[in-house]
Structure formats: C-alpha cells, structure tokens
Write a protein of this length. Structure first.
Lengths: 139, 64
C-alpha cells in the first residue's frame, strides 16, 4: 500500500479493502496511518536552529516589537500549547529564577533554545523579563 | 450394521467437506508509519497467506 504525501499535513489514515473468495472474511480492511510533517519539521532539530534564516519568519519575526503575553503567543505558544511541552499554566508554578534561566539559556537535550542575545538568541533582557512576568501571571 | 458405519463416517467427514474453503489471513491489518516528511513516500507491504484448503482468489482491491 503506498500513499502520496505531497501537500498533506497532520494525521493521515488510508484504508484499502481487499475482496476475496474467503466466505468467512469476504472483505478485509487494511489501514495505514501516519503523522505527516512539512519538510522543515519532519526531522528532529537542534534547538537553536529556529533562529536561522529558513525558520525565523515563523519562529522569531512574528514576535518582533511585542512584549509579555503577546510575545509569548507569537514566539512560544506554537510549542507550549496543550500537549508535549509544558503549557503556560504549568510553567506559572515554576520559580521566577527557574523560568528566567530556562528562557535565557534553553534546556539541554530538548528543542527549547536559549533566547538571550548574549548567546546569539533574538530576545533582549527586557523582552525575556516581560515573558517571565506573563508566565507567572497569565491573566 | 455396515450402513451405520458408513453414516458415522459421513458425519465425521461432513464438516470437513463443508469447511473446504479458502481462508485469507493477513499478518497485520494496520500499520503506523510514525512521523514522516511530506517529500517522502509512505509505502508498506501487507503480507497474507491462504490458510484454507482451497484456492484463494483476490477479487478486488480498492482504496479510499
């Protein structure tokens, strides 16, 4: 069974019906499923890569000039929504110092990059401070 | 007496005769590819055997 993936995205399932002369199982249904990602996202990436040319239009530039929750929604929410990475509510329980360090320096062995300009990231101290405040007081 | 033996034998073999039929048996009915990129081609081979005792004919394969 083969599936053409061009232009597809998200969860895909495809079924095939096989009709035989087996009187007990005249129709057998076969199913394949897969999570299709575009080529930029198909392979696991080194964390800091989202700051590079191919990636920053979506992962950095949307947040330009924004602060606080708006900045979070633009640059962080795509990973920190309900699901694999902690949500803003879960992170709000973390100590301020921990949040600051995680955002500035990133987390080893995850796709969370360090955002501070002092290690080549796109966010100033003021922007990072505004994020920590927004996470600690999401309302 | 003889007739009874014949009848009994018939009873023993009757189900076997009735059950002479093809039996399609796939090793798996579904397959998950996990995460794949758009540029890739997802291809999977489903294998089956005929576990019955008559010829198995694949009459049609359709997909959706």
């Amino acid at each position: 069974m083969s599936v053409d993936l061009a232009g597809k995205k998200g969860m895909i399932t495809k079924t095939a019906q096989v009709v035989t002369n087996d009187p007990v199982h005249p129709v057998v249904t076969l199913t394949v499923s897969m999570q299709v990602k575009d080529d930029l996202h198909a392979r696991p990436q080194r964390a800091g890569k989202i700051f590079e040319a191919d990636c920053r239009t979506c992962h950095v530039d949307q947040g330009k000039g924004k602060r606080g929750l708006e900045l979070f929604m633009a640059d962080c929410f795509m990973c920190h929504n309900a699901g694999k990475s902690p949500s803003i509510t879960q992170m709000s329980r973390r100590p301020e110092k921990y949040l600051l360090k995680a955002i500035r320096d990133g987390l080893d062995n995850t796709t969370m990059p360090g955002w501070t300009t002092s290690i080549g990231g796109p966010l100033s101290d003021a922007e990072i401070d505004s994020l920590v405040k927004a996470i600690r007081n999401p309302n | 007496m003889k007739i009874w033996i014949v009848l009994a034998l018939c009873l023993v073999f009757l189900p076997a005769v009735l059950h002479a039929q093809p039996v399609v048996s796939f090793t798996e009915l579904s397959y998950n590819f996990g995460t794949v990129g758009q540029a890739e081609k997802a291809e999977h081979l489903f294998e089956f055997v005929n576990k019955g005792d008559q010829e198995l004919i694949i009459e049609k394969v359709s997909s959706s």
